[in-house]
Every structure is written in structure tokens, then in C-alpha cells.
Design a protein around this ligand. Structure first.
Ligand SMILES: [Zn+2]
Length: 258
């Protein structure tokens, strides 16, 4: 089951909330190798119709008895992105039929258009997520980052289409695709651990879900390289927390950025 690989993707906080596979109309479950990323808009302009609201909606559809055949992989708003369906399973979002390329080979991403939301920020977040997906699955942006319109002729994503914003969105995705590769990350190296100190440090790394690489030293102690912490706010907060912990325990460490 393929999901987002960390809690922050290109600066966007993300949540993985895979819906139950109890209703095949809402989580069909056909295996998929993603070849496209498709952009949609929710067309729900109610206040509060954000990513959380759509995650709840899809969850309720999944566990309920709806006959509505509709689902998608990710919802993006101005604050975050939520994943509902694994990237290696299909979703019914394209309107191009049960065996349609859109319905069977694309990751589908909904952009929220709720009143009171910041649509410019939502589009920026969507571009960051799209860049990650295109890079991760080796999908060409120029031909295979597409609008829902491509699959069924539906006027979706409607605001982006009406305002002529698609070329700018694609350009932004391409910029973030470069950033994905170039994003500098800071690592913390700390070591000399054995016994209770080892348990304590290792326990913290596991509890916080911070990526780390252990190395056994010739004297039998363990060293950890922890990271990479990027320039986004959640990542910097995590780095500060780790440093505070190490200073508080008078454990040795150094930092380096690559
Ligand atoms: Zn759509």
C-alpha cells in the first residue's frame, strides 16, 4: 500500500487517512501503477468544505450504504493534504468508464474551493504535492499532469479553467519538481550510546518517527545520524526538539547540512 512517505511533503503537512475497503464504489481496490496525476476542484464553495470535511465525507461514504460511485486519492486545501486511497489503487474520479485510462491509471487530487479559504495557497500546496507525485512515480509533467476535463470533457477544475490559471500551475509544479531534488536537509549526528542511554535515545527516535541511520562503533557503542530536517516549520520544530533533548541530557552531537 503506497502512501505519503513523510508527514511533510515539499513543505505541505500531509495526513494519511486511508478509508476502509468495505464499499467498492468508494474504494474499488483495483491495482494501479500511476501514469497520470489529475487535478480537480471540489466545486463545494460552502464555508468549512475543506480537506478535513472531505476526508470525513469520503469516510462516511466508505462505511455507509451509498450508491454514489465517486472517490479520489487526495484532497488539498490551504493548510494541508489528506490521502484517502493508496497510490497503487485506482479511484472512480475521471468519468471515463470502468476501464478508462483516467479511472484506472491516474492519481486524482481534489482542490478545495471553500468560502473563506485561500485558493492561491491551495493551488500552491497542490503544485507541491503534484511535483512530489510526478517525481516519485516518474510521470512526465508536460503530458501526464492533466485536468479532469481531459478524461470526460467535464468543466473541472472549473475555477482554474475559468481564470486561465492552468499554465501557471504547471509552471509552478515544474519549479517544485526541481526543488524536490535540491531541497537542503540538516542532519544531527550523535553517539557513544550503550545501555540505558541507548534505550532512551532510540526510544525517542522511534516515538517521534524521525528518520535515522544507526552505526555500530568499534567500541561497541551506537551512533545515530538523524534527519533530514528541511527548512519548513514542522521540520524545524522537530530539529529544535531533538537538540533540546540532547542538550538537556548533555549528550554530544553535531549538525551538518547537505
Ligand atoms: Zn473533477
Amino acid at each position: 500500500m503506497l502512501t505519503f512517505e513523510s508527514n511533510v511533503i515539499n513543505g505541505v503537512p500531509v495526513e494519511v487517512r486511508i478509508i476502509p475497503n468495505t464499499n467498492k464504489d468508494v474504494r474499488p481496490g483495483y491495482a494501479m501503477t500511476p501514469k497520470y496525476v489529475t487535478a480537480h476542484e471540489t466545486d463545494n464553495t460552502d464555508a468549512g468544505a475543506n480537506a478535513d470535511a472531505h476526508a470525513k465525507f469520503l469516510y462516511n461514504q466508505a462505511v455507509g450504504t451509498t450508491s454514489r460511485v465517486a472517490c479520489w486519492h487526495i484532497t488539498v486545501d490551504e493548510n494541508k493534504a489528506i490521502q484517502h486511497i493508496p497510490f497503487d489503487e485506482n479511484a472512480w474520479a475521471a468519468g471515463d468508464g470502468g476501464n478508462g485510462t483516467g479511472n484506472r491509471q491516474s492519481i486524482h487530487m481534489e482542490l478545495c474551493v471553500n468560502a473563506g479559504g485561500n485558493f492561491e495557497k491551495t493551488k500552491d500546496n497542490a503544485a507541491r504535492i503534484a511535483a512530489y507525485l510526478l517525481n516519485r512515480f516518474n510521470i512526465p509533467v508536460s503530458t501526464n499532469f492533466v485536468q479532469h476535463n481531459k478524461w470526460s470533457g467535464k468543466n473541472c477544475p472549473s475555477t482554474i479553467r475559468a481564470t486561465g490559471a492552468w499554465p501557471a500551475l504547471v509552471a509552478k509544479v515544474q519549479e517544485y519538481q526541481k526543488g524536490v531534488v535540491k531541497m537542503a536537509a540538516t542532519y544531527v549526528r550523535t553517539g557513544g550510546y550503550a545501555g540505558d542511554a541507548l534505550k532512551e535515545v532510540h526510544g525517542l527516535l522511534l516515538q517521534k518517527n524521525w528518520g535515522y541511520t544507526p552505526a555500530r562503533k568499534s567500541d561497541g557503542t551506537l551512533e545515530f545520524t538523524v534527519g533530514g530536517f528541511t527548512s519548513d516549520a514542522p521540520s524545524q520544530a522537530a530539529l529544535a526538539e531533538l537538540e533540546q533533548f540532547l542538550v538537556g541530557h548533555k549528550y554530544w552531537y553535531d549538525k551538518f547540512t547537505v
